[in-house]
Design a protein around this ligand. Structure first.
Ligand SMILES: Cc1cc2nc3c(=O)[nH]c(=O)nc-3n(C[C@H](O)[C@H](O)[C@H](O)COP(=O)(O)OP(=O)(O)OC[C@H]3O[C@@H](n4cnc5c(N)ncnc54)[C@H](O)[C@@H]3O)c2cc1C
Length: 488
């Protein structure tokens, strides 16, 4: 039986002292909502079913190695996630590149591997990418010119236009003169990693959101950041510390089994062995769990939540006896490998090198046995990294996330609910809710802020001044104009 400790809740009758909110789910969305509510003076209990916080972005031990379940990156334009990093005092542990620089190795050429780079210059948009695009060796001259034209057309799209959500990005790219090679070597290179879908399977609205915000808003918007420590250090340890300091009561290994209205405007939240009473409840769990926990009448058509599909991401982990990669990461073309990251220092490995390979859109590989994946991918690493050819593989293992993201398919926008339900006091959060963003850490944090805002207005509490303000008005000062533009 799970004991929810330290509860001041009366189990039956009696008014709780002050306002009490229960947040269900300790991923980034739930942790954000809990922090925001606590910062506004609400008494908060955060309930997480697993033994740790962090949800889909976590770490575990494998012998001496600390492993992330999946490589995560964010961009400078992810202002809400950056706000959270600041709030938990973790920003220095997940720094951003000074300037976007992505090595792209093409292993598919008959004459051998070729290195290109996607980087930016300190120039205004869209000139910041002009020089890099003009020199990008993986596209022909005509393809490069066409990319520029499509980018300008993309800039004119409004990602919030519902008509865009019904179209697929691949058809739009084809209609705008993009060759299959341009889609592979540029649009999908970025889109697969950010959307977890190839262009033909992605909503044009979500793709336009990603490319406009990341590449066509502020010159620095696409600078890449990633954790230089295990993800668990940020999303579990530091988050837990911030929650504790804010006075949040956090219970892990505590799975909520039902959420129901009590009839007096308050809520009952059941965990095995105990009932909590709350004035507001934020459900920050995946869409299927939210569907199962929502009381009748909370949404007009709760079945829609089940229409939001999921998409897998596979990570391959390879420990070599020596250094085989000298840059922090690269992206691959002409190979089934996608993005390769050096995780040696973050993992605590003392000798050799540890590479994490992030494979999005992993439907074909996600259920393959480790031996098959090893046979398929180790030779690819040798093709891309000449130094890997003579190196000894000390360890090879995989992490599989079958529901890593919601599927960003055309039409998904209509299925994603906002933070408010029809039941006063009950709110939804999660990267899958209607944030306008694809399934990202940024979307999760934004959804947590949105749910907290909605709850605060019902609870009659003022919004904390330092809380991320969304839509480009981040609480820590005036946003870059381009970020404002990108989020329109
Ligand atoms: C391998 C991988 C790679 C990724 N790469 C990136 C990336 O590079 N950049 C990026 O921005 N995003 C990336 N993502 C996506 C990102 O991790 C997610 O969008 C984000 O973490 C989702 O957060 P969330 O809080 O919305 O949901 P979740 O993380 O799913 O959190 C929900 C929580 O609710 C808990 N829960 C469920 N039911 C109950 C219950 N009944 N009671 C109590 N608790 C419950 C779950 O245990 C979970 O902890 C990646 C995801 C994966 C898996």
């Amino acid at each position: 039986m799970t004991r929810v400790t330290g509860s001041e809740e009366p189990l039956a009758g009696g008014a709780p002292a002050g306002r009490h909110a229960v947040v269900v789910g300790g991923g980034l969305a739930g942790a954000t909502a809990a922090l925001a509510l606590a910062d506004a003076g609400v008494r908060v209990t955060l309930l997480e079913g697993r033994p740790r916080l962090g949800g889909l972005a976590f770490s575990f031990q494998r012998g001496d190695l600390t492993v992330d379940n999946g490589q995560h990156v964010y961009l400078r334009c992810c202002t809400a996630y950056r706000w959270l990093l600041d709030r938990i005092e973790g920003a220095a542990l997940a720094p951003l590149q000074n300037r976007l620089d992505v090595p792209v190795i093409d292993a598919g050429r008959p004459e051998g591997r070729r290195l290109g780079r996607l980087r930016r210059d300190p120039l205004p948009v869209p000139l910041h990418l002009g020089r890099s695009l003009a020199a990008y060796p993986h596209l022909s001259l005509a393809e490069r010119a066409n990319v520029g034209r499509a980018a300008l057309a993309l800039k004119g799209l409004d990602p919030a236009d519902p008509a865009l959500d019904d179209q697929d990005f691949g058809s739009w790219l084809a209609a705008h003169g993009q060759s299959p090679r341009a889609v592979e070597a540029l649009w999908d290179l970025v889109g697969v990693a950010t959307l977890n879908a190839v262009a033909g399977d992605a909503s044009l609205a979500l793709a336009a959101m990603v490319f406009k915000t990341g590449l066509l808003s502020d010159p620095g918007a696409a600078d890449i950041g990633w954790a230089h420590v295990p993800l668990g250090e940020l999303h579990d340890r530091l988050t837990r510390k911030a929650l504790d300091s804010a006075g949040v009561r956090t219970e892990v290994r505590t799975r909520v089994t039902s959420v129901s209205p009590r009839g007096d405007g308050s809520w009952s939240v059941e965990v095995p062995g105990e009932t909590l009473h709350a004035d507001a409840v934020v459900l920050a769990v995946p869409q299927r769990e939210a569907h199962d926990l929502l009381p009748a009448g909370a949404l007009d058509d709760p079945g829609r939540l089940l229409g939001i599909g999921t998409a897998p991401i596979l990570n391959l982990h390879v420990v070599y006896d020596r250094t085989v990669l000298t840059s922090p990461f690269f992206a691959a073309l002409g190979s089934p490998l996608q993005w390769v990251f050096d995780r040696t220092r973050a993992s605590g490995l003392r000798e050799g090198q540890y590479l994490a390979i992030s494979q999005s859109v992993a439907q074909n590989d996600i259920d393959e046995p480790v031996a098959v994946l090893r046979e398929r991918y180790l030779p690819e690493l040798e093709r891309l990294l000449p130094r890997a050819r003579g190196a000894v593989v000390r360890d090879f293992f995989v992490t599989r996330e079958r529901a890593a993201t919601f599927a960003p398919a055309p039409g998904v926008g209509r299925l994603r609910p906002g933070a408010r339900t029809k039941a006063p006091g009950l709110y939804l959060a999660g990267a899958w809710t209607a944030t306008g963003w694809p399934a990202t850490m940024e979307g999760a944090v934004r959804s947590g802020v949105g749910a907290a805002d909605a709850a605060l207005s019902t609870l009659g509490r003022p919004r904390p001044r330092h809380l991320f303000a969304g839509n480009g008005t981040a609480g820590r000062g005036t946003p870059a104009p381009a970020v404002r533009e990108g989020l329109r």
